[in-house]
Design a binder for this molecule. Structure first.
Ligand code: HEC
Length: 424
C-alpha cells in the first residue's frame, strides 16, 4: 500500500531512501537570533510542501525558526521505508518528522515514537471526471468500472462492500488517473495526496472531483512524529497549531486538504505526559477513537487472543489450499509464508505482524483482498474454490484449528471472525 503505515499489516511501504546523517543537537541557539528547530520533511511525500508550510508557521507563532532536514521516505511498491527507522531518525536528526499519516479509525504509530496533534486530514478519495455527478461508490450504476492502484490495499478492501462496481487494478495511481481521464473507467479510488501530486504535475489534465470515501481506514490524519527527548519541541508545535487553528490560518495552510479535527483531551501516548494529547481524535465512531495511540511495540489486546480460535474450515480444504498456495502465492510470499524482499516480493502472511490485533482485520477482509487483488500479477484470476482453500490454508498457518464444517466462499467473504495469529 503504499504511502501510509500499513496496507494491511502496518508496513511502511516507502522506498528506503538515503537519509543524510546530520549530527548535533536538534535545537540550535544562534546568538541574538530566534531558536531554530530541526524538522525532517520527506522530499518524496506528496504532502511535503504543505508539511513544510505548516511547521514553519506553527513554530513561527512560538518564536522558533525551522531548519529543514530532507529525507526520502515515501515510495511505492519498493522495499519499504522500515518503520523502525522513524524512531532512529527522530532521535538523531530532527526534533519532528512531518507528514506521517495516521489512520483515523485505527491510530497506529511506528515503534518508539509519539505523535503531535494532527494538522491535516486526508485519505482515500473517490475520483471522478469533472462532469460526473455520482458522489459515492454506492451510487455508481451497477457494473461501473472503477480503478485502483495496486498498492492501495485499503481502497481494495472497499470492493468487497460494493458489489455494484467492477474493479480494475493499475500499477500506480498515475496510471489509474490516466485511464480515468481517457474515459476508460468511470471512477477511481486513490490516495488524495497522490491524486493531488498527479494533478499538480499534469496541469493540462482535465479537472476531477475528489471526495473522501466514508468508512473505516479511509480517513488519515497527518501528524509529526517525535521521540520523548523532543517532547518539548512537540508541545511547541502543538501550541503553534492551536494558535493557527484559532486564528483561522490553518485552513489556508493545509489546502487542498482539510484541517484535522481539533484535539480532545484524554488521548495520550506512552511517551507524552498525560496532559498533552498524542493524536487528534477523529470524527469516527467513539468505539474506535477510544483506542490509544500505540508507541512502542503495540500492546497486544489480550481479549480476542484468549478465546480459542473457531474451527471454520476442514483439514482437506487446508491441504488442497497448501498446494494452491505453493503454485500461486509462494513465489512472492515465500514458501514459509514469511514474505520476501526483492523482485517477487510480498509481505508475510502468517504471524504476529500479519495478523496483529490492532489492525482489526477479519477473515472477510483478508479473504476478499486475496480473492479480488491477488495474485498481484493477475488479480482475481483464481477460481473461487481455490481462493477458499487458500484461505483455509492461511487460517491453518495462523493457528486456527480444522473442523468438520467446510468454509464456503459466501461465508469467507462475510466472516466477521477476527484475523489473529494463534501460533507461538
Ligand atoms: C507477484 C507477486 C505476488 C503473488 C503471486 C501473490 N502476491 Fe499477495 N501480495 C503481493 C504484494 C507485493 C503484496 C503487498 C501489496 C500491498 O501491501 O498492497 C501482497 C499482499 C498480499 C496480502 C495482504 C497482506 C498484507 O499484509 O498487506 C495478502 C493476504 C496476500 N497478498 C495474499 C496472497 C495470496 C493468497 C496469493 C496467492 C493466491 C498471493 N498473495 C499471490 C505480491 C504477490
Amino acid at each position: 500500500m503504499s504511502f501510509r503505515c500499513s496496507p494491511i499489516n502496518g508496513r511502511w511501504i516507502r522506498r528506503s531512501g538515503r537519509v543524510a546523517v546530520l549530527l548535533g543537537a536538534v535545537l540550535w541557539h544562534r546568538a541574538g537570533a530566534a531558536p531554530v528547530l530541526k524538522v525532517c520533511v520527506d522530499s518524496a511525500n506528496p504532502t511535503r510542501t504543505m508539511d513544510s508550510r505548516v511547521v514553519r508557521n506553527a513554530l513561527g507563532t512560538q518564536g522558533y525558526g525551522v531548519q529543514f532536514v530532507r529525507f526520502t521516505g515515501y515510495g511505492k511498491g519498493g522495499n519499504g521505508f522500515p518503520v523502525g527507522r522513524f524512531a532512529k531518525m527522530a532521535a538523531s536528526e530532527c526534533a519532528l518528522i512531518m507528514g506521517f499519516p495516521v489512520d483515523a479509525s485505527d491510530p497506529h504509530l511506528p515503534p518508539g515514537v509519539a505523535a503531535t496533534n494532527a494538522y491535516a486530514s486526508t485519505g482515500f478519495v473517490l475520483v471522478r471526471r469533472g462532469d460526473s455527478r455520482d458522489e459515492s461508490i454506492g451510487r455508481l450504476p451497477k457494473g461501473s468500472e472503477v480503478g485502483i492502484a495496486e498498492v492501495d490495499t485499503y481502497a481494495g478492501l472497499l470492493y468487497s462492500e460494493h458489489p455494484n462496481i467492477v474493479m480494475h487494478v493499475y500499477v500506480a495511481d498515475a496510471n489509474m488517473l490516466k485511464a480515468l481521464e481517457a474515459g476508460r473507467i468511470a471512477a477511481g479510488l486513490a490516495w488524495q495526496p497522490a491524486t493531488e501530486q498527479f494533478l499538480h504535475s499534469h496541469p493540462t489534465a482535465r479537472p476531477v472531483q475528489e471526495r473522501i470515501v466514508q468508512g473505516r481506514h479511509m480517513r488519515w490524519n497527518l501528524v509529526a512524529l517525535y521521540v520523548s527527548q523532543n517532547a518539548q519541541a512537540a508541545r511547541t508545535f502543538d501550541a503553534g497549531l492551536s494558535a493557527l487553528r484559532s486564528s483561522g490560518h490553518l485552513t489556508t495552510l493545509v489546502k487542498p486538504y482539510a484541517i484535522a479535527p481539533a484535539p480532545r483531551p484524554g488521548k495520550v501516548s506512552a511517551l507524552v505526559p498525560p496532559k498533552a494529547a498524542a493524536v487528534a481524535p477523529t470524527a469516527d465512531p467513539p468505539a474506535t477513537t477510544a483506542a490509544p495511540v500505540t508507541t512502542a511495540a503495540p500492546v497486544k489486546s489480550a481479549a480476542p487472543l484468549k478465546s480459542a480460535p473457531p474451527a471454520v474450515y476442514t483439514a482437506a480444504q487446508a491441504a488442497a489450499g497448501a498446494l494452491a498456495y505453493y503454485q500461486n502465492c509462494a513465489m512472492c510470499h515465500g514458501p514459509l509464508l514469511n514474505g520476501q524482499e526483492g523482485g517477487y516480493a510480498g509481505p508475510a502472511l502468517k504471524g504476529a505482524d500479519f495478523a496483529d490485533p490492532s489492525y482489526d482485520f477479519h477473515i472477510s477482509d483478508i479473504f476478499n483482498f486475496v480473492a479480488k487483488l491477488m495474485p498481484a500479477a493477475s488479480p482475481g484470476s483464481l477460481p473461487e474454490d481455490l481462493d477458499v482453500k487458500i484461505m483455509a490454508f492461511l487460517l491453518k498457518q495462523n493457528g486456527y484449528p480444522a473442523g468438520s464444517k467446510p468454509l464456503t466462499y459466501a461465508e469467507a467473504s462475510k466472516s466477521s471472525v477476527p484475523m489473529l495469529y494463534y501460533g507461538k
